[in-house]
Design a protein around this ligand. Structure first.
Ligand code: PLP
Ligand code: COI
Length: 347
């Protein structure tokens, strides 16, 4: 699709073809040159470990067209490090932070006409994918790894936006095992979440709230996003607490890390720890956060075990709104980038 054919004001979170993707191969421990490709397909050996042994992981990050005319990429070094940890765990070639960031910069630059205008509220989603591309018959790591990156202009992940989503607790399917791959962005975690997500949708819920897989006692994640709650403590003169689960089986979200910092900057009490389901009763606001989800308010959580619905109100609550506004303002260069999160590109 040509950029002039794009309806910028009605973008969804979906794939749009853009002119260039970038690729780099690691063979026997050596990363090669960055390649630029126009085709959307990849030719791979049928015995590639990606196909049968799940040697795949990915990342997601965004670039923004800003009011000052520049383009900002949010915290790409963090995505680089998280991809390193996924690649290490899955025994693939590990790209350097420099290679990862150079590929991000290159793929954004080469597709700059596809960065949505600021006024549209959209962004350019960057999807790095890393796979074991070499053949193997035994369960062994591939000797060749492919890192590729493509981009797509996107709008909101949840079409209801700030209206708030409904979630259902699922104790019959876990997205990750207690000491498994949940802390990495392994592709298998997402394949494993499809049944629960689709069953949730069939029952009329927007998302699934996963509990810790060992005991189903603590909150883990909300769909493909982290979870947080806000508790306002009257005994502390109305001090707000930003509370988010800490668990080995959740993905360490870069958005959540940023929100914890912003919350601390606002003087909120930040708590990253195990969160019991019961504690939902003490939250005045709840939300899920991630690159795609940004902050999406969670309005209701239904627990099929006892038929109870936890309610956090329609729309976005005051603290979630404040956090959202600040995050988005930093990403667009509208307030000072006081923590040095953005890479500014003159495109
Ligand atoms: N949790 C899961 C399972 C995810 O897929 C994502 C998306 O990347 C997140 C959390 C949020 O992470 P981030 O804020 O780094 O995008
Ligand atoms: C993201 O937020 O970047 C994600 O990866 C979530 C989802 C689209 C898989």
């Amino acid at each position: 699709m040509k950029p002039e054919e794009i309806d910028w004001n009605n973008l969804k979170f979906g794939y749009t073809r853009t002119p260039v993707n970038v690729r780099c191969y690691c063979r026997d421990g050596q990363w090669g040159e960055i390649e630029e490709h126009a085709e959307e397909t990849v030719t791979m050996h049928m015995a590639a470990t990606a196909f049968h042994y799940g040697q795949t992981a990915f990342e997601g990050l965004k670039a923004f067209r800003c009011p000052d005319g520049k383009v900002r990429v949010f915290r790409m070094d963090e995505n680089a490090r998280r991809m390193q940890s996924s690649a290490e765990y899955l025994r693939m070639g590990v790209p350097s932070v420099e290679l990862f960031c150079e590929m991000v910069t290159r793929v954004v630059t080469l597709n700059k006409e596809y960065i949505p205008p600021y006024e549209s509220g959209g962004s350019l989603y960057i999807r790095p994918v890393i796979v074991g591309s070499g053949p193997q018959l035994g369960v062994k790591p591939a000797s060749e790894t492919l890192l590729l990156m493509f981009v797509s202009p996107v709008g909101p992940y949840y079409s209801g936006g700030m209206k708030g989503i409904s979630a259902i607790i699922d104790r019959t399917h876990d997205r990750a095992a207690p000491f498994g791959t949940g802390h990495t962005k392994a592709g298998g975690n997402y394949g494993a979440s499809l049944t629960s997500a689709l069953k949730g949708h069939e029952k009329g819920y927007d998302s699934v709230l996963y509990l810790d897989p060992a005991q189903h006692r603590y909150i883990d994640e909300c769909g493909a996003a982290n979870f947080f709650g806000i508790r306002v403590d009257a005994a502390e003169g109305g001090r707000a607490h930003y509370i988010t689960p800490a668990s080995h089986s959740i993905l360490p979200s870069i958005t959540n890390k940023s929100l914890r910092q912003i919350a601390a900057d606002f003087g909120m009490e930040v708590e990253a720890r195990q969160v019991e389901l019961d504690e939902l009763n003490t939250f005045s606001e709840a939300g899920c956060c991630g690159t795609a989800a940004v902050i999406t308010p969670v309005s209701t959580i239904f627990d099929p075990a006892d038929g109870k619905t936890y309610r956090f109100g329609e729309g976005v609550g005051p603290w979630s709104k404040k956090l959202y506004d600040e995050l988005v303002a930093i990403q667009h260069g509208e307030v000072e980038d006081r923590h040095g999160w953005n890479t500014v590109l003159d495109l």
